[in-house]
Write a new protein. Structure first.
Length: 291
């Protein structure tokens, strides 16, 4: 889809969505925006995005609709009902849910969309606020190859690792694999930094050694420095990570799979949230290890 004649409707302009939408505007796409708190879209509106008062109003005028909201119940509310996307989008519209949500919900959206000749993809992302700002997000898609190819120019603006993983729901399953991996890794990163400090080492120098070796990971390179600096601002909220891990745990249980690492991480993050850190970044986990 060429940017000169494609109008993108963007729903949800939080930490990630705002930067994604800004990159699309900078690439020349016409953007209309809806979010529950209009103030969060101020920068986009100041730069020329069109404000829409409802999801329905946005859906009626867009060629492609991207949603990046918080929870599965928010996805349900945005897509279904008489004021939702599917009741108001034109035939031929492509709808892309980039929220991390339930695979079963992605399939439900795909099927309901198909009945109205609307094309749906689930395409959750990974890369945090840094990836969103830099347009280097990993995009994990589920849906039809033809539709994926059609919107690939849009994905190329906001991501760098863009892979169609399979049919509807496959993108969400892949993102859950991503979150399962991060879940245990965040415990290891936190423990390593605290260990370094207790051993009398300079944790930043330790990172210089271990980020380039076998222990290397995105979290170690990008979140460990924030931990050391005491910077707990959200690139990705604790509350949203708890949501993701809960979905992953439920999906694993449905498949009869044991996930002890995921279970422990979810337990610790829930404890962190109960201590008032739900709106902090996931790197705040390290606070549980200081004593």
């Amino acid at each position: 889809m060429e940017n000169m004649d494609t109008t993108i409707g963007f729903i949800g302009t939080g930490v990630m969505g705002k930067s994604m939408a800004e990159n699309l505007m900078n690439a020349g796409y016409t953007l209309s925006v809806y979010t529950r708190t209009k103030e969060k879209a101020k920068l986009l509106l100041d730069n020329g995005a069109a404000w829409k008062n409802t999801v329905a109003e946005l859906a009626k005028g867009a060629d492609v609709i991207i949603s990046m909201v918080g929870y599965p119940q928010d996805v349900e509310a945005v897509y279904f009902g008489e004021n939702g996307i599917l009741e108001n989008a034109r035939e031929g519209t492509v709808v892309i849910d980039m929220t991390t949500s339930k695979p079963a919900l992605a399939k439900k959206i795909y099927q309901a969309a198909a009945e109205k000749n609307i094309h749906a993809l689930d395409a959750p992302v990974s890369g945090g606020d840094v990836g969103a700002k830099n347009g280097t997000l990993a995009i994990m898609a589920g849906g039809d190859q033809e539709i994926f190819d059609q919107v690939l120019p849009i994905f190329n603006v906001i991501g760098s690792e863009i892979i169609l993983q399979g049919e509807a729901g496959a993108g969400q399953h892949t993102k859950l694999c991503n979150q399962i991996t991060i879940a245990s890794n965040m415990i290891g990163v936190s423990e390593a930094i605290v260990y370094a400090k207790k051993a009398g080492l300079d944790p930043t120098r330790v990172l210089d050694s271990i980020t380039t070796g076998a222990a290397g990971s995105w979290s170690l390179s990008n979140l460990a420095p924030r931990m050391i600096q005491g910077d707990y601002a959200p690139g990705f909220y604790v509350k949203h990570f708890i949501k993701d891990m809960t979905i992953a745990l439920e999906s694993a249980e449905e498949m009869g799979m044991s996930t002890p690492g995921l279970s422990l991480s979810l337990k610790l993050y829930k404890e962190l949230a109960e201590k008032g850190e739900a709106d902090s970044g996931t790197q705040a986990l390290i606070k549980l290890f200081y004593n």
